[in-house]
Design a protein around this ligand. Structure first.
Ligand SMILES: Cc1cc2nc3c(=O)[nH]c(=O)nc-3n(C[C@H](O)[C@H](O)[C@H](O)COP(=O)(O)O)c2cc1C
Length: 190
């Protein structure tokens, strides 16, 4: 099942029942986060006019089809970096009395894990999802009122997959581009 996971850019027009959206929300509520900082934020948008505006912020015109606005549910993913600094300046996380040197910006690490958990929770609920980065972030912020201390990661699009949701030609193209498994995975030593 998960081996067949794909980003889907073709959805049926059918709305997604609110209880299905809530089920996904309950799953991602349990997303992992560094130090349990819980910097994730999720904004669910279903109104067609707002989705059309979000699609503009994501520069949908660059794609072959209007797949972003067509998805019946948008989940805007945000992350609040300050939650990480707040958490890692608590006594149990201090190193020599100071906030640690970040090995990587964990708020972005967690955002990737969160994005994937949204996708997997949606698949588990019978939906398909895509992901679009948002070049016009400030426009999106103003549109839906995202506060200044929350960074926009992107938009997950959700809906029931169209019959031709994953076209064989696209799959063949990806297969031809995919790195060999041996390039990705090594065992015991590099
Ligand atoms: C961080 C991230 C950003 C992405 N941005 C976009 C995007 O802006 N537009 C898009 O159509 N797909 C986007 N994708 C989806 C990738 O293009 C997709 O995962 C990749 O082509 C492999 O296809 P698959 O996930 O269906 O196997 C993004 C994926 C990730 C993880």
């Amino acid at each position: 099942m998960l081996a067949a996971r794909r980003m889907v850019r073709r959805y049926r027009a059918d709305p997604v029942p609110p209880e299905v959206v809530e089920r996904i929300a309950r799953v991602v509520h349990r997303a992992p986060s560094a130090g349990f900082s819980q910097g994730h934020r999720l904004l669910v948008v279903t109104g067609p006019a707002a989705r059309a505006r979000i699609a503009e912020c994501a520069e949908e015109f660059r794609y072959e089809t209007a797949w972003i606005s067509a998805a019946p549910v948008h989940m805007v993913i945000g992350v609040r970096e300050d939650d990480y600094h707040d958490r890692y300046t608590r006594p149990d996380k201090l190193e020599d009395g100071r906030e640690m040197e970040w090995p990587a910006p964990y708020w972005w690490v967690d955002s990737g894990a969160f994005l994937m958990l949204v996708q997997l929770a949606a698949i588990d609920a019978g939906l398909a999802t895509g992901f679009a980065t948002v070049p016009r972030k400030d426009e999106l912020r103003a549109l839906v009122g995202i506060p200044d201390d929350v960074a926009v990661v992107g938009v997950v699009t959700l809906g029931y997959p169209a019959e031709d949701a994953v076209r064989p030609a696209d799959t063949a193209r990806l297969r031809s581009m995919r790195r060999p498994l041996d390039d990705l995975v090594r065992y015991e030593s590099w």
